[in-house]
Each structure stands twice: as structure tokens, then as C-alpha cells.
Write a protein that binds this ligand. Structure first.
Ligand code: DOR
Length: 431
């Protein structure tokens, strides 16, 4: 048995925000109450093998959920694998992750999906997987949604590669609707992208002498895909939204269909294209970091509920790859270990979101959309819990639990230190 005592429990789903104790047994929460045991009381001593975590000064919340992580497994173990990715997630406070499917081979078959899911089950946190929309991620033929869904795919996506074939996508959305699965989409029309990972027409592109990725690349596809999702009555997630136009399209679409959602990444709500000038390839991501007005539109989207999922797009790459010149280096940055702290610094501390709202975007909102048995704290529920100290700060160094260290935040001191990550009632990470 595990007793978490003296902490401030925040459970956004049940709107609980109070000083409570939580008692865990056999992987489940058995009690949430004001005071469960008094130290040294006969009841406490009677609880055989009781481990006590003193969470004084800390927030106790549902374990975080990341629905957009690249663990590069199979294919690129030098960047990350399921074990190092899970360790990075646990260190960042995450108890559930959904792996993206742009691996090598991609997760387009039951065989590959079953392998990654089986290996995921051996990790201390819950590791789930997406499956591809199209075979080999070529955007031409649809994968076998029925079998992949039965084998455990949480979502269908070709993330990393936009889907340009409207007909294929509409059929995919209709089938996903039948199977009650979401589709999540990388929205960058290649026709408007000369060089990926840098905002077209801005200061950074000018400094590097590049044309870049036009904001139209995003708005063009978002406009098309919300239309298709509305027609198919399907659940759609617009991934890593980057432009004010994209946010506005989602805002309008959600008035017609509440099944349409969008995710914001910490990098897009924290940084602008100026980071590319300062940090070079470490700030190269797809879709690119854009202007202050885009960043503020994403924050406003989070504030008014247009965007209700924060996802990391944790995208590990090696030092050698990122050391190449800008146009050759791959896009992406790691994010699992810094996401909570950036949410606190960029969204909560300036007063855009309350801590409860931030946690909702990291827990019950993704759980509801992806239908995950996670994301809240209730008696009888899984004991997936994060305990973090809001008052403490930490300095980001190159020493990540991730196998990669491609983060533009190295050297920064951030608020919020994860002290414990508990998954299925077991300690998966302890500071
Ligand atoms: O920057 C990115 N990197 N964006 C994506 O959508 C894919 C990801 C990757 O796989 O590296």
C-alpha cells in the first residue's frame, strides 16, 4: 500500500482542488480523503507494508498523458527506443504516452503494431501506439483500419507526412468514425513548403536566405480537413497547430463539430521564429515556429478552449544530425522532460491558464478524446499519479533521460520539479 499525504490534490475532471490524502493498493486508488491515517496511529501501523510519500508543498495530480511522442522504435534506436522514451516520459511526469507511427518500418501493419505494443507493456508507464493511415506512409493506399484497431491502435495518423489525397482521407475518416477512433493529422501542404522547419517570409528565413514553410501550408489543409471530418462526422485532431489562421479555423469548426480538436505543443506556445536565429537547428520543427501573433493565438486558443490538448511532439534526433546545415538537419525537438515546466512558465505564471486548466490539457482532455482509461483521480481508478513541486526550479542540462538531447531549452532554469511519477500504483520515477 502507498499513502500520499499532505499534498494539494488537483483533479481537473472532478474539479477537485484541495488538500487530500490518497491511498493506493494493488495499483488502484482506494481512498481519497482529508486525512486517511495519522502518523503512528494504530490504523497506520496496521496497514502492513505501507509506504508513505510526504507530498507537503507539492501538487498531486493525475499522471500526465502525451498523445504525440516519437520513440523511433523500430528503426532508429540511436535516437530513442521504447525504454529510453518511457524513462523520459516518467521523468517528465507522464504515465501514458501514445507513440507516433513514423518509425522504420512504419506502424502500418498488425505485426509491427503488436510488437511495439507488447514491448510497451513491459515499461513502467503505459505505452500505447498510433498506427498509420496509409501503407508505408506513402499517402496512396489505406492501411487495414479494422485489424489495426482490433490490435490496439489508439489513433490513425501519418504524422510527419501530410496526407494530400482528399479522397483517401475522407474514406479514412469515415472508417475511423465506424470504429470510433480518432484520426490525427500533420497539416502542411507540401506545395507551400519550400524548405521545412522555418517560417516563410519572416526574420529567420531572411537571415538564413531561405524561403521556408508558408502559413498557407497549414491553413489550406486545416480548412480542407475540418470540412472532411464534419462530412464524415469523425473525430479529428489537428496536430501541433502553428498559425493564427489554423487556430481560427479550428475555433469555427468546433462550433459545428465538437469532435474536432487541436493540439498545442510547448514549443509553439513558448517560442517564435526568433529561436531559429538563436538556436539554429535545435529550433527547427515541423510545422515551424512562427511569429509572436501566432504564439499568442495558440495561447488564446488554449485559454478559450479552442485547443484543449497539449502534446509534446517529442522528436529525438542525434547530435550529428542536428549539427548539419539547416536545410539538411531533421526537424523536431525533444519535449517530454520540459513540457510541464514550460506549461507552468508560459501559461500559468503569466495568468493565461490556471494550474487546473493546464493540467486538464495534459490529463483528462486527451484521455476523453482518445478514450483512455487514465487522466483522472477517483476511488477505484488506476493509480497513475504525478507529484510535483511548483515552488522549486531546475536547470535544463544535456543530461536527459531521453537518449537524445536536441532541446533548445538547455541552460534555462524552469519552474516545477517532478518528484514522483507513479503508474499502476508503482513508482516509475523518483527525483
Ligand atoms: O518536427 C517534427 N518532427 N515534426 C513532425 O511532425 C515529425 C517529427 C519527427 O518525426 O521528427
Amino acid at each position: 500500500m502507498l499513502l500520499i499525504t499532505n499534498g494539494t490534490v488537483i483533479d481537473p475532471k472532478s474539479r477537485l482542488h484541495a488538500r487530500k490524502d490518497i491511498l493506493v493498493s494493488d495499483g488502484r486508488i482506494v481512498r481519497i480523503a482529508g486525512r486517511i491515517f495519522d502518523a503512528g496511529s494504530p490504523a497506520a501501523s496496521a496497514a502492513a507494508g505501507l509506504t508513505v510519500i510526504d507530498a507537503e508543498g507539492c501538487i498531486v495530480a493525475p499522471g500526465l498523458i502525451d498523445t504525440h511522442s516519437h520513440f523511433r522504435d523500430p528503426g532508429f534506436p540511436e535516437k530513442e527506443d521504447i525504454t529510453t522514451g518511457s524513462a523520459a516520459a516518467a521523468k517528465g511526469g507522464y504515465t501514458t504516452v501514445v507513440m507516433m507511427a513514423n518509425t522504420k518500418p512504419p506502424i502500418d501493419s498488425v505485426e509491427v503494431l503488436t510488437d511495439v505494443c507488447e514491448r510497451g507493456r513491459r515499461e513502467p508507464i503505459h505505452v500505447l501506439s498510433a498506427a498509420n493511415v496509409s501503407t508505408r506512409m506513402q499517402g496512396e493506399a489505406r492501411t487495414d483500419f479494422v485489424s489495426l484497431s482490433a490490435a490496439g491502435a489508439v489513433v490513425f495518423t501519418d504524422d510527419g507526412r501530410p496526407l494530400t489525397d482528399e479522397y483517401l482521407l475522407l474514406q479514412a475518416l469515415k472508417l475511423a468514425k465506424k470504429l470510433d477512433k480518432p484520426v490525427s493529422l500533420h497539416e502542411e501542404d507540401p506545395r507551400y513548403v519550400t524548405e521545412p522547419g522555418i517560417n516563410a517570409g519572416g526574420r529567420a528565413a531572411a537571415a538564413l536566405g531561405l524561403t521556408g514553410a508558408d502559413r498557407k501550408a497549414e491553413s489550406f489543409l486545416v480548412e480542407r480537413d475540418v470540412r472532411l471530418a464534419i462530412e464524415a462526422k469523425a473525430k479529428l485532431c489537428i496536430q501541433h497547430i502553428s498559425s493564427k489562421e489554423g487556430v481560427e479555423l479550428v475555433r469555427q469548426a468546433r462550433k459545428v463539430s465538437p469532435l474536432i480538436h487541436a493540439e498545442a505543443t510547448p514549443q509553439h506556445f513558448t517560442l517564435t521564429e526568433d529561436a531559429v536565429i538563436q538556436k539554429g537547428t535545435l529550433a527547427k520543427v515541423n510545422p515551424p515556429l512562427r511569429l509572436k501573433e501566432d504564439r499568442m493565438a495558440i495561447i488564446e486558443g488554449l485559454r478559450d478552449g479552442t485547443i484543449d490538448i497539449i502534446a509534446t511532439d517529442h522528436a529525438p534526433h542525434t547530435k550529428a544530425e542536428k549539427a548539419q546545415e539547416f536545410t539538411k538537419a531533421p526537424s523536431g525537438m525533444i519535449g517530454l522532460e520540459t513540457a510541464l515546466s514550460l506549461g507552468i512558465r508560459e501559461l500559468v505564471q503569466p495568468g493565461y491558464l490556471t494550474m487546473d486548466q493546464l493540467l486538464a490539457c495534459l490529463t483528462c482532455n486527451p484521455a476523453d478524446f482518445y478514450r483512455l482509461d487514465a487522466g483522472d483521480l477517483h476511488e477505484g481508478g488506476l493509480a497513475d499519479i504525478v507529484i510535483f513541486d511548483l515552488e522549486k526550479t531546475w536547470t535544463v542540462t544535456e543530461h536527459f533521460a531521453s537518449r537524445s538531447s536536441n532541446s533548445p531549452f538547455i541552460g534555462e532554469t524552469l519552474p516545477g520539479v517532478v518528484r514522483y511519477t507513479i503508474a499502476d500504483g508503482r513508482i516509475a520515477y523518483q527525483a
